[in-house]
Write a protein that binds this ligand. Structure first.
Ligand SMILES: Nc1ncnc2c1ncn2[C@@H]1O[C@H](COP(=O)(O)OP(=O)(O)OP(=O)(O)O)[C@@H](O)[C@H]1O
Length: 308
């Protein structure tokens, strides 16, 4: 059986006294798309740079396509595509020259003209890199990561700074790659990107995995149902509210002033919650029945906003 696309065990990486990655485990199956989601400074880039072989772990093991990314980098390089954060190129090089140059290093490259077209760059193919907009530079950098037909790609914030139209072009291309069996590991702090694309989302914070799983499984609550949430003043008596509900329901204050009713929601449950709030003289704001967003998952687990 072939090794996983990426397997990380107990990864620790510090910069001086800053522990950027703190005992992180991760497994990514071949042909899947994994999103490392977390706020700024969570350790996403550091994790990816260790996988790319640019940084050595302080401790722990990392295997990419079954290989050690530092010791076996020569074997890995032709099989892996990399889009670093911020990209970069010679300022004077034209978009198509740059992509053709990268393609010339690969055994069986994709057609550069096709890739420029798919990424909405055909009209600027003769434009020097430094004159491309930030979003166009990002797309060219993505094209460079993909043109060699890699088995696995690492994309560090691939859509940062793109307008919604460009972002959707990139999402479509990444979905197509995944359908073709390419393994994709991307970092993002856009939860809608993770929800739209990923088979597996790994939410990281302070260098640790907070939670991981399929987006559909993370966004239902622990009872496996859609759940009910509302906001109100802090420190409501959650035990009292739970007692007003049928047996088996639980109520938590998941973050200060955010309440979650865990259990199957039906009209009677909504009515009981609002009636109980009325008795307490409390207005339940933003009352919501349905799946959580990944933003809410992060908030409930860390007490902080993902975008903060
Ligand atoms: N070269 C470096 N030297 C010192 N500290 C660093 C260096 N690179 C990263 N750090 C620190 O390590 C921590 C993790 O950074 P990292 O870039 O891996 O996070 P990130 O999740 O990718 O963040 P972002 O979303 O902002 O890119 C942060 O506290 C950061 O300041």
């Amino acid at each position: 059986m072939s090794a996983p696309a990426v397997e990380i065990t107990g990864l620790v990486k510090s910069y001086g006294s800053t522990r950027a990655v703190d005992d992180l485990d991760l497994r990514m199956e071949r042909g899947s798309l994994l999103a490392l989601l977390g706020p700024n400074g969570a350790g996403k880039t550091t994790t990816v740079e260790v996988c790319e072989g640019f940084l050595r772990p302080d401790s722990g093991t990392v295997r990419v396509l079954g290989l050690d990314p530092v010791r076996e980098s020569a074997e890995l390089r032709p099989r892996v595509g990399i889009m670093p954060q911020g990209g970069g190129a010679y300022p004077g090089v034209r978009a198509d020259e740059m992509l053709r140059l990268v393609a010339s290093c690969a055994a069986t490259p994709l057609d550069p003209a096709w890739l420029l077209d798919v990424l909405g760059l055909a009209a600027v193919r003769r434009t020097p890199f430094k004159r491309l907009s930030g979003g166009q530079q990002q797309r060219l950098s993505l094209a460079c990561a993909l043109v060699g037909r890699p088995e696995l790609v690492f994309l560090d914030e691939p859509t940062a700074g793109m307008d919604p139209q460009a972002r959707h072009l990139v999402w479509d291309l990444l979905s197509a790659l995944r359908r073709d069996g390419v393994s994709v590991l991307l970092t993002t702090h856009l939860m809608e990107e993770a929800e739209a694309l990923a088979d597996t989302v790994v939410i990281v914070d302070h260098g640790k995995v907070v939670v991981s799983g399929a987006p559909q499984s993370l966004t239902v609550d622990e009872s496996g149902t859609a759940g009910l949430r509302f906001k109100a003043r802090t420190r409501l008596d959650t035990a009292l509210l739970a007692a007003a509900l049928p047996e088996g329901y639980a109520v938590r204050e998941s973050a200060p002033g955010t309440y979650v009713v865990v259990g199957a929601v039906d009209p009677q449950v909504v009515s009981t919650v609002t009636a109980w709030c009325a008795q307490q003289g409390v207005l339940p704001e933003e009352l919501q029945v349905g799946k959580r967003t990944l933003e809410e998952v992060f908030l409930e687990l860390t007490g902080r906003e993902l975008r903060a």
